[in-house]
Write a protein that binds this ligand. Structure first.
Ligand code: AHR
Length: 350
């Protein structure tokens, strides 16, 4: 079992970011690497979801640090502020500006057929990152890179089920609520599906669902709503770490203690991402019990796709990122589901 301190994990992420931002082989082969003129540059239009979470900000930084002039790119960045209509407008403006590539991190899965057909007709390759699009014809995008959100959800639930078994907790005594992400986004659909499947499989008592939109403030509202209706809730499955931080604030204000000892009256919090220092500190001090990793460093992955397209190759259509599990305890070393095994990394106090 690996055991990394919060600082060590942060360091690894910093190194990755620095390495990628220093241009570790991010350049397309056909562009000059010094004194690039405007005409040499590969123009990339990137429509980002917004800045709803710490994860999203790290993701934006990953893209910006790779798509630099020094690396042979000109990046046109558009923040959609969580609105699909803004993303559609951005894509249309990329088409008008005749960019070389469109990169889309879609807020929700549906509603993309028309605008992606326009991009296809304009001959511009579209690379989807992070969440997926649900389109009638998958030739409307060139490829996708991101996380398997359903697997993330099942892995976290598997960790919980092993933990409850270990502590002799009856599944019927698990009163669990789901604070969901932006409804209709792949991250929400996948994590909720994984949760529903596992809750049903194990016979947990699902007390309710509330929408947290992947933000801390909505996480607070969702937690308050859940508590109002179900004061006996003893496990909260938060679909990202911003929501978890909001939920903890509300639970503590209500006099509840967050931790793994649900038999002793604590409320267990589990979530996804594992990016921010604040959240890792909550794992180290036991307020968050388990996190399903969601890796935001897509900049270098997209650059590698563009490089192979520039070289005339055909990159794999769906590129899944392998992600792990973080926890506050070394009691569970590995988690396995659907033939996928993950080692649990323990986050300790620095
Ligand atoms: O799509 C990935 C999700 O979106 C991350 O879990 C969340 O933090 C972000 O806002």
């Amino acid at each position: 079992m690996r055991s990394l301190s919060a600082k060590a994990i942060c360091f690894i992420m910093m190194i990755s970011l620095c390495c990628f931002s220093a241009g570790c082989d991010s350049r397309p082969d056909n562009v000059k690497t010094e004194n690039n003129t405007e005409e040499d540059l590969v123009v990339v239009g990137f429509s980002q979801v917004g800045s709803e979470s710490y994860w999203r900000n790290v993701n934006t930084e990953s893209m910006k640090s790779v798509f630099t002039k020094e690396n042979g790119y000109r990046l046109i960045f558009e923040d959609a502020q969580q609105k699909q209509t803004n993303q559609i407008t951005a894509i249309r403006s990329f088409i008008q500006r005749e960019v070389d590539y469109i990169v889309l991190a879609p807020v929700t899965e549906t509603g993309w057929d028309t605008v992606l057909t326009e991009a296809k007709e304009a001959g511009i390759p579209v690379i989807i990152v992070d969440r997926k699009v649900d389109v009638s014809d998958d030739s409307l995008f060139t490829c996708w890179v991101g996380s398997d959100f359903e697997l993330e959800g099942m892995l976290v639930c598997m960790w919980m089920s092993k933990f409850f078994d270990l502590k002799g907790i009856d599944p019927g005594d698990v009163h669990i609520a789901d604070i969901q992400g932006t409804l209709g986004s792949s991250a929400q659909l996948g994590r909720t599906k994984g949760f529903d499947y596992m809750a049903d499989l194990h016979g947990w008592d699902v007390v309710g669902y509330a929408e947290g939109e992947f933000t801390r403030s909505k996480g607070r509202e969702a937690m308050s709503e859940i508590l109002r209706k179900n004061d006996d809730v003893n496990v909260v499955y938060c679909e990202n770490d911003s929501e978890a931080l909001g939920a903890i604030e509300v639970l503590e204000a209500a006099g509840k203690k967050c931790g793994s000892d649900i038999a002793g009256g604590e409320v267990m919090i589990v979530c996804f991402d594992g990016i921010s220092e604040e959240v890792r500190a909550c794992v180290a001090n036991g307020k968050i019990s388990c996190i399903g990793e969601c890796n935001p460093l897509h900049g270098p992955r997209v650059a590698s796709i563009i490089r192979s397209l520039e070289a005339g190759d055909e990159p794999e259509k769906y590129q899944y990122v392998t992600e792990g599990i973080f926890s506050d305890t070394s009691e569970i070393e590995k988690v396995m589901i659907s033939g996928q095994e993950r080692t649990v990394t323990v986050i300790r106090q620095p």
